[in-house]
Design a protein around this ligand. Sequence first.
Ligand SMILES: CC(C)(COP(=O)(O)OP(=O)(O)OC[C@H]1O[C@@H](n2cnc3c(N)ncnc32)[C@H](O)[C@@H]1OP(=O)(O)O)[C@@H](O)C(=O)NCCC(=O)NCCS
Length: 310
Amino acid sequence: MRNFTYTIRNYDSKDFEKLAQLLTEVQELGRPYCLFSSLDLFESLNQSDPSSKNNLFIAERSGEIAGYAEVKPELKIGRAVLRWLVHPRHRRGELTARLVDRAVDRTRELGIMTLHTNISQDSFTAKRFLIRMGFTFVRRFLELRLDLAEMVLPEISKIAPRCRSLQPSEEGRLTQLQNRSFAGTWGFNPNTIEEIIYRIGLPNSSPDDIFLIFDSDIPVGYCWTRIEFWRKKAPGEGTGRIYMLGVDPDYRGRGLGRQLLLVGLSYLKSKSLRVAVLTVDSENKAARVLYKSVGFKLWKSSLWYEKRLD
Ligand SMILES: CC(C)(COP(=O)(O)OP(=O)(O)OC[C@H]1O[C@@H](n2cnc3c(N)ncnc32)[C@H](O)[C@@H]1OP(=O)(O)O)[C@@H](O)C(=O)NCCC(=O)NCCS
């Protein structure tokens, strides 16, 4: 069936509310296929990057947004990340393929040769679709979960006396530390200070959520936590996330990663959160062993697929 009735066009900021509504509806139906949250969407679309308009495509019919596809260029590592979503009501026919084709064309226009996308491991439909579109499997990521209610965690100052939360004007130091800690990690695109400042300023974020550990006055490791919530936020509501955890390569193997992780968990627990989650590359042995030793358990997995455009 051909989708003559759908128009595919560039995103306009006026679309944001409808797009967020689409995402919520599809998530409530439990059929998102492609993994991202309304928070990711907000983060991506509110960034004052004028090019985002050229990298996001909307499928529309009679004023209703049926789906979208977005290409996020990560030029420093020569890839773009594709996210797409089509409401189950509109999944017949070739609409999804048209949207993804458009995103692939845009990736080529940007001179990028590698397109990556992340789907739920359970979604056979998405796997079949991606293979048909010329993608191949490249990496498995694990979502781990920990029951905070069961954990006894000391106060932060008792876990790591040389650890404190991020102070104003330390964004540059955090940027350097993050880029150094994650250099060469699969899929990590080094950040600019502007991106870090933007992320810290998001509505669900605060400098208080980020902990640095010091050697004298040099920050050598950090744990960035987040409180993720579904719609309304009330105290204790939402899920705690260990969003980033990194130790300077020169300081690894000295117990700092464990201290920082416990600091992050203690902080999330102090916010009355019952559950902590995190995402880890299945091939990142050091991190996997650390998380398991603290009690994190496998909750679900996601799969990264790649399309080479050369
Ligand atoms: C993961 C990371 C934070 C660990 O930091 P660290 O300071 O070296 O970790 P620690 O010294 O506290 O070690 C804690 C535990 O992790 C495990 N671990 C650490 N390095 C390991 C390695 N190379 N192989 C296997 N297990 C390892 C061990 O269980 C260790 O406990 P033990 O020493 O009692 O056996 C660090 O390797 C890092 O920054 N990696 C790059 C960024 C990253 O991948 N972050 C995680 C993203 S999800």
